[in-house]
Design a protein. Structure first.
Lengths: 506, 456
């Protein structure tokens, strides 16, 4: 896990300086095969006056994705490969089932285990691994999400063999030395403290603790809480790793300048003798689908003197494999998933309350939350909540306009080719298909599904998948200043809570 | 854009493990360069591997061109560029682009303001037309209401990204200590709340007339396009925009400190943080790449010297990073270390001092230099994975070096750096007076750095 970026800039301006808005991360989307109006570009004289109406946009070319090739090693390790030969780089992503959902009462264990993989492996210590990777021009990263432990490699084709050797050490031969574990544990505890200084991080912590009940995996953060992390030692980490890290629960996604024949040979040489342990495969508990909260509640988290209030409004979300996924994405693009979305237009561009407002569904095998979110000026916290609920209600109460609908559908469909630009992006897209058991041909169907989303669909999914009367409202800010105004709104019972969601005083 | 390299696909084909670059063929990103009669530079890079285009427009103005009392204005102006133009009244800009499947944004630094669109190649005419319409016709539709609205948005940006962030006010404190009063880099790009409040509609119109003219801009188009067609469109849309006044920008204004200067900020943080900042050199000058490599081998990796010492051996810091920031008229070098809980900063200071003295006295090992070069080159290449980043880099090279395709030359500057160069810049620039800023938890000034311990 690379924590020490060469050009880290936190606390000082980055080279890009302040931007008009935070860069947007586009949700997963797919290939356009779209029919839009085609216009021929008329030839005009070289120094003509510019036209006074916008030039028409021809239908974009449909993106032809290279095929996803499949293979499986005898030990059960599956391979997915997409050839991209234009640049001599290779991306390899090893994903092993066994992420944060297996943490149980040891919150943060999966993420901490992943973190330890490149702190000592084979005959190298952390310095040796870092030095070798840098020397090869390779990037190695280790991480965990709620469902997978992940080792990422991106390397020049020329150094692929040496880089895969290093990757195999990191994945298969981590040392988990006590001194490394205790050092990283102290660092993790420091990071947990730092998250609690950061208003956005605070809101995310409290929101998870409030929206998801104590027994639910998302009640506690993926990175862990200090009460659990402080008990981690070498034995804890080693036993978790040994239990989950097995080839029959693993897949290797390879993209870039390589063929399946080459990949198979290179991977077999290094991962072919990886043997599944004899224990039963550990399956994460599947929590019962969460109902929405019975009523709307407001939880305030105190940050005295805060210049802004961070607002998060939401409830348990939906599954990625829900057949309404395309309609939900179109709906959310209109509600809060684009710059022109209603939430951003209202709270930022009309009212000037915030630098940006938005909304989104988090898709995981166990559904993550639906959240609408903004950081707003302290003295308009209550007014901002009014506008949030106005928009959350409005998209349910009446159909969106045909123009909004068409813009959102086009934004998703036409923007799709840009989601496959790099080998890293391609690997993420393939990984997403694998995570949700979607077929390799998925991209071919999604575009058509988006194009068929109607105004009625948008309204229906807005009514079906959230209800502004049944949400948790979490606000991190200066409670003394914001509480009276929020209480006067009569949104529901107002309590003050800590970052674990526990009520503190009245 | 890793999948479609234009001219540099062979780049890494002949490398060796010892040095990535030893036998690499030249890195070329072919472009065409034209200048319209009104002075607008038009640079095109064809890359046909994915049907995508990036439009990237730089105006040669940034916060370093602001007047005292109007700090933050260049960035506020950037926001106003999205508030509608003569034939694309607000909110047409975003709506038209989204309907074409394109994204857009802009950003402001001390030295330049950029605007960019990214999306399907078929949206190129729309992207260029929108940029031309606001270059030619922003003022007729600008109103006080628009200024007021975006002033509020920018103030919220300042709150969100600086005032309400832990350590968020460190940067502007450092700039005020590092650069003399009135120096164009002595204030932050985001500006002050008071100056943002003072900006008027008249200021906006003046600024536009002075800086937002074709002869003060450069346009790069990279992606699945044909160069003659781009040029034809650029002529059609931009040629009618009149040339603006010639603007002279301030010359190099390097600074130096007579003595160590320290400051202490009490902030709502739990971990103390130490900032060392030295005046150095401008970007793309001879010592700039050596300073960048020095930053890497101080804190670029786990085995870098400061990281090794502070985070791994002594375990008194939770993180450390270092960077050389070579800007247009000056530059500075920073080392930033965050302490472990309850850890006092003088202990970090002693380790940093020791390591800085050591590298100044003995220089780096050959292997350290190789690692720093290889890592820098690899990260340099990865920055060029997308047409967006290629376009912005081409524009930057054009503006700073007079030629867009300077990737190879830029790489050569790193390749040429020797261990002796690194040792020399470590001695010359870092064994010298610096700004020392301590950010400590409220009421814990006792954790702050001790200035008498840092005087060389």
């Amino acid at each position: 896990m690379t924590r020490f970026a060469q050009d880290g800039r936190d606390g000082r301006d980055g080279r890009d300086g302040p931007a008009r808005r935070l860069p947007r991360v586009r949700q997963f989307m797919t290939v356009p095969t779209v029919s839009a109006v085609l216009f021929a570009l008329s030839a005009l004289p070289a120094f003509a006056q510019a036209p006074t109406t916008p030039p028409p946009v021809a239908a974009p070319a449909g993106l032809k994705l290279p095929p996803i090739q499949l293979a499986k090693l005898p030990n059960g390790l599956s391979l997915r490969l997409v050839e991209m030969h234009e640049v001599p780089l290779v991306q390899a992503t090893l994903r092993v089932k066994g992420g944060g959902r297996l943490d149980g009462d040891r919150s943060g264990l999966a993420s901490f285990t992943a973190n330890l993989l490149d702190e000592g492996a084979g005959d190298r210590d952390a310095f040796g691994i870092a030095e070798q990777a840098a020397f090869l021009g390779a990037d190695i990263g280790t991480t965990a999400d709620w469902d997978y432990l992940v080792v990422n490699l991106n390397t020049p084709k020329r150094t692929l063999g040496d880089a895969l050797d290093l990757m195999a050490d990191v994945a298969l031969r981590p040392t988990f030395k006590s001194a490394d574990v205790s050092r990283e544990r102290d660092l993790r505890l420091a990071q947990i403290i730092q998250q609690r200084d950061q208003p956005g991080g605070m809101a995310t912590l409290a929101f998870g603790a409030i929206v998801f009940p104590a027994a639910h995996p998302y009640h506690r953060p993926l990175g862990g809480d200090s009460a659990a992390v402080v008990r981690f030692d070498s034995a804890t980490v080693r036993s978790f790793y040994t239990r989950v890290f097995r080839p029959d629960q693993a897949e290797l996604v390879i993209t870039g300048d390589i063929t399946m024949a080459e990949a198979r040979a290179e991977v077999s040489r290094r991962f072919g003798r990886w043997i599944p342990n004899r224990m039963a495969v550990l399956r994460p508990p599947v929590p019962a689908p969460l109902p929405r909260p019975a009523r709307r509640t407001v939880c305030l988290v105190d940050k005295p003197g805060a210049a802004q209030s961070v607002i998060m409004i939401g409830s348990p979300g939906v599954s990625r494999t829900n057949p309404d996924y395309p309609a939900i994405e179109v709906m959310n693009t209109i509600l809060g998933g684009s710059f022109s979305s209603r939430l951003n237009q209202n709270l930022r561009e009309t009212k000037g309350y915030t630098y940006g407002a938005g909304s989104g569904f988090t898709y995981r095998p166990v559904p993550g939350p639906f959240v609408a979110r903004a950081a707003v000026r302290t003295d308009v916290t209550d007014s901002s909540l009014v506008e949030f609920f106005k928009e959350l209600n409005s998209i349910r109460d009446s159909a969106v306009s045909e123009i909004e609908l068409e813009r959102a559908r086009n934004y998703i469909v036409f923007g799709l080719p840009g989601e496959f630009e790099t080998t890293g992006q391609m690997a993420s897209q393939v990984a997403e298909l694998l995570t949700f058991g979607l077929p390799p041909t998925y991209f071919d169907t999604y575009v058509g599904q988006v194009r068929r989303v109607s105004r009625a669909d948008v309204q229906r999914v807005a009514r079906q998948y959230f209800d502004p009367a049944q949400v948790d409202v979490v606000v991190v800010g200066d409670v003394e200043k914001i509480r009276p105004g929020i209480e006067a709104l009569g949104l529901g019972p107002v309590t003050v809570r800590d970052l674990e969601g526990r009520e503190v005083g009245r | 854009m890793r999948t479609h390299p234009g001219g540099w696909s062979a780049l890494l084909a002949c490398t060796t493990a010892a040095s990535l670059s030893a036998q690499a063929p030249a890195l070329r990103v072919p472009v065409s360069v034209d200048t319209l009669a009104n002075g607008l530079a038009v640079i095109v890079h064809e890359d046909h591997s994915v049907p995508i285009v990036a439009v990237n427009l730089w105006y040669h103005v940034g916060s370093g061109d602001e007047k005292a009392g109007r700090t933050g204005f260049a960035h506020l102006f950037e926001h106003l560029m999205f508030m509608g133009s003569e034939h694309a009244e607000y909110p047409a800009f975003d709506r038209l682009l989204e309907a074409a499947g394109a994204d857009n944004n802009g950003s402001t630094t001390e030295d330049r303001t950029n605007y960019y669109e990214y999306g399907p190649a078929s949206a190129l005419p729309l992207m260029l037309w929108l940029e031309a319409d606001r270059m030619g016709g922003l003022v007729p539709v600008m109103t006080g209401e628009k200024v007021d609205l975006q002033r509020d948005v920018v103030k919220n940006e300042r709150r969100q990204s600086y005032e309400n962030q832990p350590y968020g006010l460190a940067n502007e404190t450092i700039l005020a200590l590092l650069y003399p009063r009135g120096h164009p880099y002595s204030w932050p790009v985001i500006g002050s709340m008071a100056d943002l409040s003072a900006a008027s509609l008249e200021d906006v119109k003046d600024f536009f007339r002075r800086y937002y003219a074709p002869n003060n801009a450069s346009l790069v188009v990279a992606g699945d396009v044909k160069s003659p067609e781009v040029l034809r469109l650029a002529r059609e849309y931009f040629s009618g925009i009149p040339r603006g006044p010639e603007t002279a920008r301030s010359e190099a204004a390097l600074v130096s400190l007579a003595r160590d200067t320290s400051g202490v900020l009490e902030d709502r943080v739990q971990l103390a943080r130490l900032y060392y900042v030295w005046p150095t050199v401008r970007g793309f000058t001879p010592d700039d790449p050596a300073l960048e490599l020095l930053a890497y081998l101080l804190a670029g990796e786990k085995n870098s010297r400061l990281t090794h010492a502070l985070v791994y051996d002594r375990q008194i810091a939770s993180s450390v990073y270092a960077y050389q920031d070579g800007k247009r008229i000056a530059g500075d070098f920073s080392v930033v270390a965050t302490a472990k809980p309850a850890q006092a900063l003088p202990d970090l200071q002693r380790v940093i001092e020791t390591e800085l003295k050591r590298i100044a006295a003995d220089g780096p090992t050959a292997r350290e230099v190789d690692q720093a070069r290889n890592a820098t080159e690899a990260s340099f290449l990865r920055r060029l994975e997308t047409v967006n980043e290629k376009a912005d880099a081409l524009n930057g090279y054009y503006v700073r070096l007079g030629k867009p395709d300077m990737f190879e030359e830029h790489l050569q500057r790193y390749r040429a750096v020797t261990a002796e160069d690194i040792q020399r810049v470590a001695r010359q620039y870092l064994q010298a007076p610096r700004v020392v800023l301590s950010v400590v938890p409220q009421g814990r000034a006792d954790l702050a750095a001790k200035i008498e311990e840092v005087t060389p």
